[in-house]
Ligand binder design. Structure first.
Ligand code: PLP
Ligand code: SF4
Length: 406
């Protein structure tokens, strides 16, 4: 800490885990200190033990002062936090866990990319609520995360001076209440499980009181980066407000440790359907074999693969982008080759705020008024006649069929 410049020290103070935990987990009483009788939950202690300095990384991975300096330099722009649990999964510099969690100098090299490529703010009728699709909204309830993923789409927001308060959340809930077309609320952030169970329950309970809200979804990376957050008491709270869905976020098979699998299992045991949103990331998982193994491990953990995202155009994340063909190749390697529900949908979240657009390998060879000619997963072709056309057996050959128009 001694070598830190004043500016950096201030940044560390601002993004440091200690200050925000007090605001997130203990703010309800208006005090920054936990009341003496309150036992700290294990996960909040685990979070306080996160890795937040380049010095620690350089010391543990044989780096020099230069390595520490580069990491700290990037942290001045984009914060770092790596829970010890996730940190312990790093095997070597540059491996898939490292790339997702440790700042890289490349983050400072694409100044031209937009900060908010999905234009979430343009589609926000009230702050931190995005209403893009007719019947569902995205509600941000915190801008803190257990880990700051280097490729994050909301890199402009997370881990900085907080712009989300009790008031913005209440305004968001008010908006939902006054819009009966909203039947699905996606609680996100940051990571919504950064807030205490009590505060989260306050939000969920208020949403549940709204008659037109059918589905409540929570998007969280905790099962992957700090599974101790998924406590029995959290699950018991959530199950009171069914239907609750959770979408979690795993990107690599080595993230599915015994603890992560147990955390997903606790959610599933509470009757919560658990999905997974994966981001296609260069140098992390841009390989059909790796992603197939990930999908299989997710299904074993009772997690249903949901989306595979093409990386967004967010500033500071360009080095994670793959060519679009890579995602299509991966989909081709999954569909038909493995369990149907182990196959996510590959999407591009359209730059400029167009929403998620699905992409898949081309299975249509030809399509006209009479028939469609299709290619199956093995590359063989098949004909399906249109509804006003049918096959009849040819007199000459019982095996052969031909199409007649009637
Ligand atoms: C992804 C997203 C949703 C939810 O989309 P689904 O396809 O229903 O999962 C809702 N609103 C916004 C702004 C989103 O980005
Ligand atoms: S947990 Fe989600 S919101 Fe937070 S840094 Fe990672 S990708 Fe971004």
């Amino acid at each position: 800490m001694e070598q830190l410049t004043g500016q950096l020290a201030e940044q560390v103070e601002r993004v440091g885990p200690r200050a925000e935990l007090q605001t997130e987990a203990q703010a309800e009483g208006g005090s920054t200190q936990p009341p003496p009788t309150t036992k700290m939950e294990q996960w909040t202690i685990d979070l306080r033990n996160s890795v937040t300095s380049g010095e620690k990384l350089a010391a543990d991975f044989g780096g020099d002062a230069g390595m520490a300096e580069v990491i700290d330099e990037v942290c001045r722009n984009y914060p770092m936090r790596i829970p010890r649990y996730y940190y312990n999964l790093i095997r070597e510099v540059g491996d898939p866990i490292w790339r997702q969690s440790v700042p890289s100098v490349e983050e400072l090299m694409d100044e031209c990319a937009p900060e908010d490529p999905l234009r979430e703010e343009a589609d926000s009728p009230v702050p931190r609520l995005t209403h893009r699709y007719p019947d569902r909204v995205l509600l941000l309830v915190t801008d803190r995360c257990p880990m700051y993923c280097r490729y994050c789409t909301r890199k402009r927001l997370v881990g900085r001076t907080s712009t989300i308060t009790e008031k913005t959340v209440t305004m968001g809930i008010g908006y939902i209440r006054s819009h009966p077309e909203i039947r699905d609320v996606l609680i996100s952030g940051g990571d919504p499980l950064m807030v205490s169970d009590r505060k989260l329950e306050g939000i969920i309970a208020r949403l549940r009181e709204i008659p037109h809200v059918e589905v409540i979804r929570i998007g969280t990376r905790f099962p992957c980066v700090l599974p101790s957050r998924i406590t029995d008491s959290l699950c018991a709270m959530l199950k009171k407000y069914h239907p609750i869905y959770v979408n979690t976020h795993f990107n690599h098979p080595c993230e599915l440790t015994a603890q992560a699998v147990e955390a997903c299992g606790r959610l599933a045991d509470a009757g919560i359907p658990v999905g997974c949103q994966t981001v296609l990331l260069k140098g992390v998982n841009d390989d059909p074999k790796v992603l197939k193994e990930l999908m299989h491990k997710l299904v074993l953990a009772r997690v249903r693969p949901y989306y595979l995202y093409q990386a967004d155009l967010t500033r500071g994340t360009n080095h994670f982008r793959t060519r679009v063909e890579k995602g299509i190749e991966i989909m081709q390697a999954l569909r038909g080759h493995t369990t149907g529900f182990a196959v996510p949908q590959f999407v591009i979240d359209a730059p400029g705020g167009g929403g998620k657009i699905p992409l898949m390998p081309d299975y249509v060879v030809r399509f006209d008024d009479k028939e469609i000619i299709l290619r199956n997963f093995e590359g063989k072709e098949y004909v399906y006649p249109q509804a006003d056309h049918r096959y009849v057996k040819d007199e000459g050959d019982a095996e052969d069929v031909e199409l007649i128009n009637f």
